[in-house]
Each structure stands twice: as structure tokens, then as C-alpha cells.
Write a protein that binds this ligand. Sequence first.
Ligand code: ATP
Ligand code: MG
Length: 579
Amino acid sequence: MKASNYILPTTKENPSDAVIASHRLMIRAGLVRKSAAGLYHYLPMGLRILKKIERIVREEMDASGALEFELPILTPAEIWQESGRWNKMGREMFRQKDRHDMDYCLGPTHEEAFTTLLKPILKSYKDLPKNVYQIHTKFRDEIRPRFGVIRCREFLMKDAYSFHVDENSLDETYQLMRKTYRKIFTRCGLKTIPVQADSGNMGGSGSEEFMVISPVGEETLSICPACGYSGNVEKTPVIYNFGEGKIEIPPFEKVHTPDKKTIKEVADFLGVQESDTIKSVLLKADEKLNTAIFIRGDREINEVKLNNFLKTSELRPLTEDECLSLGLIPGFTGPILEKKENLKVLFDWSIDKNKAYVTGGNEPDYHIKNFVVFRDLASVPNTFDFGLAVESDPCPQCNKPLKLEKGIEVGHIFKLGDKYSKAFDVKVSAQSGKTITPLMGCYGIGLNRTMATIIEQCNDENGIFWPISVAPFEFSLVSITKIDEEKRKIEEIYEYLTNNGLEVFWDERDLGPGFKFKDSELIGFPIRITLGKNFFEKKEISILNRKNKMEINLNYHTNEDLKEELLKMKTQLYKELEA
Ligand code: ATP
Ligand code: MG
């Protein structure tokens, strides 16, 4: 490809709404342009990258035995009503009416569509297992589209859905997808770690997210450097190592704490640590269930764990009026409460039942000192894990300290169980002659997000350095001459390389060398070939490795030799991806 025939709107200016490297660089390198919030145009150079990622994903999915489909993006409301997600999805769904006033939505995901499609096709256990997928556009009206294509409203996803007769078969495909994802991301030059993720009310270890560690990630991961455990904090069990044995604690005592409502205020006022207090978190779940959760003062509630426990999906704080009508005093609520019909009281397992704590006195301006669960509650409650793991908490596997990191989710594998097959009443005949409801799994990868996270991992002060497998062109050729005869010689080399299967982007524009070098480094072609003065005077070709910035000089003999050298370099770069 010749630069003069191309559209290459590189810029020096950083877009004002770009706060992360990939967003800035995608715009500056002329890969994408913004259309509206969360909507991006792909320009030719950007599209080549996306297509290469797509090809890798498709090759590996096909190699795993999955079958490619293509379903309409526009999906009828009925199927969403049948699964119950028409209402549940809320405003994230782009809804649409047709001329007959029928409801549709632009698919944010395709469990419903694939399940209804396959229901009449899969009839017997002999038809299973099957894994079906597509690589297609998804729409999600995200509350906060941001970080360029990392969280956008229209994006490309590979979504796969598998169908099984039993748990073993589901697990086999799940493990195969896990391996396939590792291959896909390795081939893309992206370092990911699979972390255990929340699997909703299903429980078990049926969900993993493929994360790219990055300070701009929206997810928090807990990682154990000692044993390799990794989990999304949403899922990480919080471990407390309480001391043994009981110590004598004086009876509890009411203390006057005027206007001291927050844990910090109370702890400072009474001269204790926040971890020596128990706080109450008063919440409304799904607009119907009132809950008071008691948790150690320095700890926070993990909403995912709590929702799973309550089998709800949304939590909000109770308003002051709601608290008062339940007889709860905001800022002074403690565990010594009368049983109330319309209030669920829960205890987090951060609370050591043998230890003395400061807690609310259930009376304005009063707290209680030396409260002990075992001693001071009429019936000792069970405690559950509702807490959010923090840095240095013990690893749930080996008890060594955990590290917390930020991460971006690029892929997700998930055991759905019979959620959708049941909702759509999918039945296949079993070997025994009876009918069974198949189990399902689903497996997603965001392609645009993958592209952006590769840039997050592969950029420096000059721009992007693409892994060779997804680079828009493997080679850039910068020519520096104004002499026609020399131009012709370079054209001959360019033609030779291109005709022999090398992907070369030839910058033959009538621009200064500095400008052309900068562009090639900004866009991030892995190998740059420079043909200028040294070539015509000394037959020397300079070759730059974009990533490590090493430049070597090659003596030019024949086009054939040059091609062989370049192929060697290319092979070497592919090898490095696997290391
Ligand atoms: P997130 O928690 O980031 O919103 P999700 O859990 O909603 O992600 P899934 O429904 O599992 O994501 O979708 C599968 C993949 O699609 C994700 O791993 C991600 O790579 C991609 N993806 C999801 N939402 C977006 C988005 N708004 N923009 C770009 N890619 C997305
Ligand atoms: Mg989402």
C-alpha cells in the first residue's frame, strides 16, 4: 500500500476527551474517529487491525470445533419477554418500534436469539454437545461510554453459546474455551489473566473473566503472588484470622456520642480503631426488601455477594425516613435490635463473635462500648461473607497476603446452567428415552476492546508498537529521495516484496523524513525499512524494530536476499509472541 493513496489523518494533538493512552493513540494514529458518545468510525488503518483480531478469533474458534452463525442484530421483544430480560435489562437496551408498532431491540447479547434458534434444531442427545458462535455487532446504551472503544455503545463481539446433556460435557467445553481464549490472546500479543468471577446465583466456579492488568481498568482483581490465585474482588472470599481464646470483657456500656454518626467520628471520639467498631449498612434491595447488615467498621459491603445472597439485583441505601419508619436511627443503629417483620438483619463474618466492639446504641447520640456478639445477643446469628477484599487480606487458597490490581475485562466464559434452556423450554431426548433440559455455557470476547487493550500494553512515548500478528501492516517502508530514478528503484523493491507476500506500507509521500518516521512510529508498524541516502551511496538499508528501537544496517545484494532477511525478522517477531 502506498501512503499517497491512503487516508492517514495522523495528528499531534491529543483529543480533549481522551484520558487513557489507547484512546489518545487510536485517534492520533488515525485508526478511529468519534461519531457520537460511544460510537466510533473505523478508518482503513484501524479496520485492518480489527479484522486481524477477528481473523485470529475466528481461526481459534473454528479450530475448537465451534460453528459460526450470523443472526440478525435486531431482535424481537417476545424472546426477551420470554426470558424475563425485556424488563430486567433496563435502559442499557436500545429499543426500537417497527411500522406496525411491534417492539424490538438491538441485541446487547444473544442468549435468547441462539436458544430460540436452536431449540427446534437440537432434538436428541446425539445432537449434543454443540458450540455455536458469531462475530457481530452488539449495542448497549451504557450509562457512561468512555475510554474510547473500551466502553462504547456499538461494538463487535464474538459471542458463543454451547449446549450439553450434562455437567461433565459443559465442563469439557468450558475448559476448551478457556484454552482457546488463552491461545487467542497469546496470538494477539496480549497478556491476560483468567480470574474467577461472579457467576450470579449459580455459585460454583463457573465463571472466569480474562483480564488485562491496567491502571485504567474498571475491575479490581485480587492476585496471590505466592500461589497464583486470582479472582475478581466481586467474588474473592474475605478471610479473617481471628485470635483464639476468650478474654474477660467488662459488660457493655452505653456512651454519649453527640452528633458522632460516621465510623471515623465515633472511633476518633472514643479513641478506638475503626476495626474495633461494628457499623450498620441499611439498604433496600430491589425496592422491596429492607436489610440491615452489620459489618466491621473498617470494611465495605460487596454488593455482588449481598445481591447473590438475597437473590436480588439492585441495592440502594434506605432513606432517612425509611429508616425512621423501621425504628432505625441513622448513624446510631446497632445489632441489639428487636425482631422486625419487615427488616432482614444480617451479620458479616468480619465480626469476631468473641471480641468487644463499639457499635450503635439504637438511640440518637448514643453508642455502645464492649459489645460482644456471643454474650450480648439473645440468639447468636450466623455470619456470612458480604465483604469486599482489600490489599493484603489473606489469600483464600494459601493464606498469604493478596495483591489488588486494576484490570480490564476482555473476555468472559460462563456456565449458564439451565437458565435459558429452561426459560425457553428446550428439551432433547436422552439416551434413556426420557427428555432432558440441556445445560448451556456462554463465551464472549470484545474485539474492539481487545484492540484498545493491546495498545494499553504496547505503547511508548512515540506511539504504538503493534504485535506483528495484529499490526495494520507488518512492514513500513520509508523512502527518502526526490530523484525519479531512485524512486523507481525503490518502487521495484516495494513491488517485489509485496508480490512475495510481505505486507508493506510504503510511505512515498513528498514529506520530510522526520515527519514520515514519526508517523510510522505513531501508527506502530513492527518493522521499518528505510531506503535513503545510505542505500544509494553504500547499498545500506536501515531496519528498525519498533518495539525495542534497535536499528540495524543491512547490506543490500538482491531483492530476494532482502526478502529472506525480512521474513526471518517477521518469523522471529511471531516467535516472541509465544514466549
Ligand atoms: P463490563 O463489565 O465491562 O460491562 P460485561 O460483563 O457487560 O462487561 P459481557 O456481557 O460479558 O461484558 O460481554 C463480553 C465482552 O464484550 C466483554 O468481555 C468485553 O470485552 C466486551 N464488552 C462488553 N461491553 C462492552 C462495551 N460497552 N464496549 C466494548 N466492549 C464491551
Ligand atoms: Mg456491561
